[in-house]
Design a protein around this ligand. Structure first.
Ligand SMILES: Nc1ccn([C@@H]2O[C@H](COP(=O)(O)OP(=O)(O)OP(=O)(O)O)[C@@H](O)[C@H]2O)c(=O)n1
Ligand SMILES: [Mg+2]
Length: 460
């Protein structure tokens, strides 16, 4: 049933606005109060004409724009892509906002025989048409988030661009761009972008309580935008500290996606320290007593080495149990999980006359993927700012001179036994610092086979 609801909107400006909405949710919301921060009377602030902007106009996008025009709906680029274009960056992905409701969009695309994919977003207003079987566009109806539990929102569709800007996290992410290049900025996001100032739209507390992941998004964008380390507005840090617990219900995967970007961005060491100081550790899988001194050391010596996020994060871990706890909370990928374990186990500098040899031996002995283990070793060398990093980068794993054919000729039966013999010979070769030749290696076969027999016997 379609209901008309009245929403009272109070502003920080003297003006008081009343909005009427076509509400298609199940609830009849009698009164909805929201505070509108200081906003621009005329939101169009400039006309963008950069090469990056021109480059978004694929044939598919042009077809999409024509379609919305034909049906009289407004559509604009929204959020992060506008921010990136204003910084003369090529946006990674384009999000679109429209005045058309999902039902109206579906009808339009069906009439025009345009396929829609991934209908999961419909509830929150997102429809994804695929044009010319080539390009997908995520188009989301303008909305306000009515009821939020810090993760999910119950939404109300609207045709008011200002209200859609108001539900967004940061002012720099609350901009719209039409296809003539007009930038719409209600909450002074462009000024903040120019001043490299990172602030929430209106109240930081409200925005964070709508979605606690925004705490981490804040730090991520700080790394992207700010020019100076840790110049946060006190009100924002307070809002983060006071709402840290909200992160407890956010999924590990989503948090790790954000945290990894923070750790690989600008000011990563300082931001991680701030994150810890704000009391986020216990909710995001970090140790209770993180090793801040080691974090500072690693950051100071290795910040320019393009470390994997895991490498910097490892510095705060005191022992392997803390790496396990981190993985339990953040649900790391196999690569990241094994990397954190590898670093914690191998970060003590190895004392050897040929400093790289112990690492090269680890790579050469591995049963799985030597190229992956080499990457792990490179991360350990970055962690320690080792002068041998470059040498290790160019080092190639020497080719093991024994293969299956040679072993077969020597009478080793194929299958499990051959696998064991091969690995044993490889270990002997690696321990000889890659020096033993084929004949010297083959002379070890009888001993290995004997040991195998003995082992079998003792197992019974
Ligand atoms: N928790 C979130 C997630 C997203 N957004 C809004 O949705 C837009 C798109 O979200 P997303 O693609 O996740 O982020 P981007 O800002 O586009 O950043 P990125 O370049 O990493 O995609 C954001 O710009 C912001 O306006 C938000 O307000 N709150
Ligand atoms: Mg985006």
């Amino acid at each position: 049933m379609l209901l008309i609801s009245k929403f009272i909107i109070s502003c920080s400006k003297p003006l008081k606005r009343t909005y009427c909405y076509n509400a298609s949710t199940n609830h009849y919301i009698k009164k909805y109060k929201m505070v509108i921060p200081k906003s621009r009377e005329n939101p169009v602030i400039m006309k963008l004409e950069s090469p990056e902007f021109r480059s978004i106009f694929t044939d598919e996008l042009k077809a999409l724009i024509d379609l919305f025009k034909k049906y009289n709906y407004e559509i604009r680029v929204a959020g992060g892509a506008v921010r990136d274009l204003l910084m003369n960056l090529q946006p990674k992905d384009l999000d679109f906002a429209t005045t058309a409701t999902p039902t109206e969009m579906k009808k339009m695309f069906e009439t025009e025989n345009i396929r829609m994919i991934n209908m999961n977003g419909e509830k929150h207003g997102t429809i994804t048409p695929r044009i010319n079987d080539k390009q997908n566009f995520e188009v989301t109806t303008l909305r306000i988030d009515l009821v939020t539990d810090g993760r999910h929102a119950e939404v109300q569709f609207t045709t008011d661009w200002l209200l859609d800007a108001l539900r967004r996290d940061l002012t720099i992410n609350s901009l719209f761009l039409d296809f003539d290049g007009h930038v719409y900025d209600y909450f002074y996001g462009y000024d903040d972008l120019k001043n490299r100032r990172l602030v929430f739209v209106g109240s930081a507390v409200t925005r964070i309580q709508e979605d606690y992941l925004r705490i981490l998004r804040y730090f991520r964008f700080y790394g992207r935008i700010a020019v100076e380390t840790n110049k946060h507005e006190e009100e924002i840090l307070k809002a983060i500290r006071d709402n840290a617990e909200g992160l407890k219900n956010i999924s590990g995967e989503r948090m790790w996606t954000e945290l990894k970007k923070i750790l690989e961005g600008n000011f990563a060491g300082d931001l991680l320290e701030t994150i810890i100081k704000c009391g986020l550790s216990e909710y995001i899988g970090l140790p209770e007593n993180p090793n801040i001194d080691e974090l500072r050391r690693v950051w100071a010596r290795s910040k320019n080495l393009n470390m994997n996020g895991i490498t910097l994060l490892s510095s705060i871990l005191n022992h392997i149990d803390e790496a396990e706890a981190l993985h339990r909370r953040l649900k790391l990928s196999t690569f990241d999980r094994d990397l954190v374990f590898f670093i914690v186990n191998n970060r003590e500098p190895k004392l050897h006359p040929s400093p790289l040899l112990p690492y090269q031996q680890i790579v050469a002995k591995t049963k799985s993927k030597p190229s992956v283990i080499k990457q792990y070793v490179l991360e350990v060398l970055k962690y320690n700012n080792s002068p041998y990093l470059q040498e290790m980068e160019t080092w190639e794993n020497p080719k093991f001179p024994i293969n299956g054919t040679i072993l077969k000729e020597k009478g080793v039966e194929p299958g499990k036994v051959m696998g064991v013999v091969m690995q044993e010979l490889k270990n002997i070769w690696v321990d000889s610092e890659f020096k033993l030749d084929v004949d010297e290696l083959l002379s070890h076969i009888p001993k290995i086979l004997n040991e195998l027999k003995e082992r079998k016997k003792s197992k019974g």
